[in-house]
Design a protein around this ligand. Structure first.
Ligand code: PMP
Length: 356
């Protein structure tokens, strides 16, 4: 067998690996996982049934075109099938988006800190990351992002709401920003947490996709729909972008189980969005409690909260773990804490009370 070429090996060694949120300790004290922005609710019985049905034929390859899911999405969003592409989680679709848009010598702009996969998938494509710091309120600085555009810019990610701060950009500022982006630069509105947004001024990216051929909306079934383990996401984009996504997809990348579960989830949307409503109430309770304890917490529109802790970050995460909840530390910066089961949120709030 031939060895990896030394040049390639050196390049691969330079690419950081994606770090998943730490799991809750098995067999330890009651431990809740609040480290990956997952949905704490178990699958709906109807969704489980659809997966069990699909499991009966997993000796067969899945429908490569994801026909049933594509049709369902087309109806749900009122977009033509040619403007849709599915993939192995929205991170898979994001990776395809970069790979089909940018390469060596090209630039990809995104806010920082934001979703951890952006620098990794940009580096994998050979393109260069241009990271634009969030403002001190932990919000996208869209003026600075517009100013960072050069002739080499091919793609811009706007994570709305932003992971890990939870903050969201509003319609007027996003519109002003999009007006400044050249039409040959693709803007990806990553809306993994869209269903948790309650600020009516935060736009549904699909509005912008309808008006602008260079806007692509990225969505996932992992969060509000509770299918993180099944890996299915999708993009809504105009023809050349969506066609490139379909071309670069890993063949059979979305399992039949994932396809059936996604369709069943769209059909059970009312119930699932009811759960999202309960999580939003919990989120508001947690944010109010934190503020009541004296913490400064950015306004979150997602299913998690961001606590800036600086040098105390690692100690805080360890204290949470000791108390039975696993959170996501970003050493030197802060922690991101998913809104989970009520009792898990209470444990977290007890730690913050002591730590302040
Ligand atoms: N975008 C954002 C902003 C995320 O936070 C995540 C998951 N953490 C993803 C995309 C990817 O989610 P998935 O691949 O599960 O669809």
């Amino acid at each position: 067998m031939s060895e990896t070429s030394p040049k390639l090996r050196a390049e691969l060694e330079g690419i950081p690996t994606y770090k998943p949120g730490k799991p809750a300790a098995a067999g330890g004290p009651v431990a809740y996982k609040l480290s990956s922005n997952e949905n704490p609710y178990p699958p709906l019985p109807g969704v489980l049934e659809s997966v069990t049905g699909a499991a009966a034929s997993f000796n067969r390859y899945p429908d490569m075109a994801c026909t049933g899911l594509m049709n369902e999405l087309s109806d749900r969003f009122g977009v033509p099938l040619t403007h849709l592409a599915t993939g192995t989680g929205s991170v898979g679709v994001a990776q395809q988006l970069i790979q089909s848009t940018a390469g060596p010598g090209d630039e990809v702009i995104y806010a920082w800190r934001s979703f951890e996969a952006y620098p990794i998938i940009t580096q994998i494509s050979g393109a260069t990351s241009v990271q634009v710091p969030l403002t001190s309120g932990e919000v996208h600085d869209l003026d600075a992002m517009a100013a960072a555009i050069t002739d080499r810019t091919r793609l811009i990610f706007v994570c709305n709401p932003n992971n890990p701060t939870g903050t969201a950009v509003r319609r007027a500022e996003l519109e002003r920003f999009l007006d400044r982006v050249p039409s040959d630069v693709l803007v990806v509105l990553d809306e993994a947490y869209r269903e948790f947004v309650r600020d009516v001024e935060v736009p549904d990216g699909v509005e912008f996709y309808r008006e602008r051929p260079n806007v692509c909306v990225l969505r996932t079934f992992s969060k509000a729909y509770g299918l993180a383990g099944l890996r299915v996401g999708f993009a809504i984009a105009h023809e050349p972008v969506a066609a490139a996504l379909r071309k670069t997809a890993v063949p059979f990348g979305v399992s039949q189980l994932a396809q059936e579960a996604a369709v069943a989830s769209l059909r059970a949307e009312d119930e699932l969005l009811g759960r999202v409503g309960s999580l939003v109430c919990e989120r508001n309770r947690v944010v109010e409690s934190l503020r009541g304890q004296g913490w400064t917490v950015p306004d979150t529109q997602a299913n998690f909260v961001w606590l800036r802790l600086g040098e105390r970050t690692v100690d805080f995460a360890a204290a949470c773990e000791g108390a039975g909840v696993v959170v996501r530390p970003f050493p030197g910066e802060g922690v991101r804490v998913t809104i989970g089961e009520d009792e898990a949120n209470d444990i977290f709030l007890k730690v913050t009370e002591k730590f302040h």
